[in-house]
Design a binder for this molecule. Sequence first.
Ligand SMILES: Nc1ncnc2c1ncn2[C@@H]1O[C@H](COP(=O)(O)OP(=O)(O)OP(=O)(O)O)[C@@H](O)[C@H]1O
Ligand SMILES: [Mg+2]
Length: 260
Amino acid sequence: MVKVANLRKRFNGLEVLAGINLRVKKGEAVALIGPSGSGKTTLIRTINGFVIPDAGTISVGGEEINYRDPESLRQIRKKIGMIYQLFNLVERTSVQVNVMAGALGRLDRGLSLLSSTVGFFTRREREKARELLSFVGLEDKAGERVDRLSGGQKQRVAIARALMQEPELLLADEPIANLDPKASRKIMELLLRINQEKKITLIAVLHHLDSVRDHFQRVVALKEGAICFDAATRKLNDHRIQDIYTVDEEIECIAAQAGI
Ligand SMILES: Nc1ncnc2c1ncn2[C@@H]1O[C@H](COP(=O)(O)OP(=O)(O)OP(=O)(O)O)[C@@H](O)[C@H]1O
Ligand SMILES: [Mg+2]
């Protein structure tokens, strides 16, 4: 489903991705961890085409991304639903319009259209948004303005919006970083239910190792732009965690093969 080969990226001379090789199968759920600055967001942003790598290739759903071809980028982004830490919703607009904006492909392209009303969208899109709101447990909030919702509810709206475009892959960059423990658990359960029921491949950047252990069978860890752990979650013992999070040149990274 996702193939990353020899991926390299530098920002201002600093090597942020130092030759990443990663394969994620269709329907798999993978947690991406690693210290701050290790390149997790950059990796996610090369997969969705927002960061252009210096070297290496990425393919999603069997299609290699051609970063110089706007049509190729458009095709890739259509396949990918994004979930962010700060939800990236249009706060002063209704829940339903935010969800329907997912049908426009990219939210920032549709922003000006968002000022228009529910009537801008087709009947089919309105129905689909309602179905998805019901799926995420917000059927009674369709007409509510987003800025009246709790953080957990906002993340549900963002998830419904991502599903609106019928993605093959969900990329979630710290989806629970701004939520309390209870809302965090519910959001993680929802993401995993989507992964299992809808067979949508999931890659989630997470800082909470408890959430990783509770919800994922495979963990990939980045350290200084390289993958230093890629294995079953049960192999993520204290020693490995120390390796991943200790910035110490002396400690050698352990590149375990995903044995699952
Ligand atoms: N657009 C950019 N321009 C310059 N430097 C950048 C850019 N994006 C990221 N970086 C740098 O690349 C490095 C990796 O950043 P990245 O955001 O990928 O880390 P991260 O693992 O997601 O960290 P965090 O856990 O804090 O979110 C950092 O040193 C960051 O400052
Ligand atoms: Mg990040």
